[in-house]
Design a protein around this ligand. Structure first.
Ligand SMILES: Cc1cc2nc3c(=O)[nH]c(=O)nc-3n(C[C@H](O)[C@H](O)[C@H](O)COP(=O)(O)OP(=O)(O)OC[C@H]3O[C@@H](n4cnc5c(N)ncnc54)[C@H](O)[C@@H]3O)c2cc1C
Ligand code: SF4
Length: 330
């Protein structure tokens, strides 16, 4: 048992100050990921700063019709919110596809964004892992990698990002807001998560000492016609082996707007922009969906045991977009 301090922050400035006061400090949301990593010895904070009482628990419309969500909103409350269910249904579905009811009650938006990979070697101190111990090697490449990345990985790390919520946020161009001692800042989600490259231990562009304060979903009419589908090895209480968040605006059989993001295939939520470009202005049919998925997945680099994900993702894209096109035609 390692000793650590515990403080409860009551305002954002106080949380930022506490975080700056101790290089070993970590923010504690629901604790559903951080505490597990502490038990495994992967995280060894000297101070935990509980952010649950920060005044960041609101969900509401922005003046331009987008949605602003505070960082301490629980995953359950976000999934159940009527405006999320109505205007961004894929986000509610993604949240409900994750973890269990009890975990979603505890888990926060900020913590969900910043949860760490579920690569088994990351939490196993007896194995090399560049993400946990830079320069030590990657045990997964020659080891167990069935559920590892096929897009955007590197020879330094092939882990995937585990969040379902973040996949829907990537499809909807969410913007992440934070506060530091120097003041507030914003990062669009595509810039928030960094490419893995040769620094897999640096996962986000969040400045040191930053407290995430919330996310903003820009207004997007297509988002109301969206869907999230997750494939996993058990029907519930399991991380994705592949997932798709999609939104589709079809008029007269022609794709006007499409949003597509993949989960569990890369170190970050994977926005499928090649597929989006291939689809926009073209027909909304299964052949076009399959061709667009193929164009996106042409960049896939597989390992001996995870090649199945290419077929899985192609089929998922076709299934989700076909469902949305059928709904649009009704
Ligand atoms: C058994 C199990 C099954 C799960 N299944 C799924 C699943 O299927 N899909 C899925 O998406 N997730 C799943 N999860 C993961 C779960 O969603 C995350 O553990 C949860 O979202 C993390 O939120 P938290 O508030 O508890 O984070 P914490 O554990 O409190 O924190 C996680 C990280 O975020 C940082 N942090 C927290 N708040 C802030 C903030 N405001 N600003 C900056 N940094 C912050 C912490 O310092 C820490 O590094 C599962 C977890 C478990 C234990
Ligand atoms: S895939 Fe990444 S997280 Fe997993 S062992 Fe390799 S370096 Fe570590």
């Amino acid at each position: 048992m390692r000793e650590f301090g515990y403080e409860r922050a009551h305002d954002v400035a106080g949380a930022v100050a506490l975080l700056g006061s101790d290089p070993g400090a970590r923010l504690l949301g629901g604790g559903t990921n951080l505490v597990d990593l502490m038990k495994a010895g992967v995280e060894r904070p000297t101070l935990l700063i509980d952010v649950q009482e920060l005044p960041l628990g609101d969900i509401g419309f922005t003046p331009d019709g987008g949605l602003r969500v505070g960082a301490t909103v629980s995953n359950s409350d976000l999934a159940a919110h009527p405006d999320v269910r109505r205007h961004y249904p894929a986000l509610a579905q993604a949240l409900l596809a994750g973890a269990s009811g009890q975990l979603r009650n505890m888990a926060t938006v900020g913590g969900n964004l910043l949860q760490r990979t579920r690569c088994g070697y990351f939490a196993d101190l007896s194995k090399p892992c560049n993400k946990r111990t830079p320069g030590s090697g990657c045990a997964a490449i020659a080891g167990e990698h069935r559920n590892h990345a096929i897009l955007g990985a590197s020879e330094h790390c092939v882990a995937t990002h585990p969040s379902d919520m973040a996949v829907a946020l990537a499809a909807f161009d969410a913007v992440i807001s934070y506060e530091t001692a120097e003041g507030p800042g914003d990062l669009p989600i595509h810039a928030f998560y960094l490419p893995v490259g040769d620094t897999p231990h640096i996962e986000t562009a969040l400045p040191a000492g930053a407290v995430v304060t919330g996310i903003t979903l820009p207004p997007a009419p297509a988002a109301a016609h969206s869907h999230y589908r997750k494939v996993r090895e058990r029907a519930s209480y399991a991380f994705a082996i592949g997932s798709v968040a999609a939104a589709l605006d079809v008029r007269d059989g022609v794709v006007r707007d499409v949003r597509l993001a993949f989960g569990a295939v890369a170190s970050r939520p994977w926005r499928a922009r090649t597929a989006e470009r291939a689809l926009t202005g073209g027909p909304a049919d299964a052949d076009a969906f399959a061709a667009a998925a193929g164009a996106e997945l042409a960049a896939a680099k597989t390992l001996p045991a995870n090649g199945y994900k290419v077929t899985l993702m192609r089929n998922l894209v076709v299934a989700v977009l076909t469902r949305l096109a059928e709904e649009a035609a009704r």
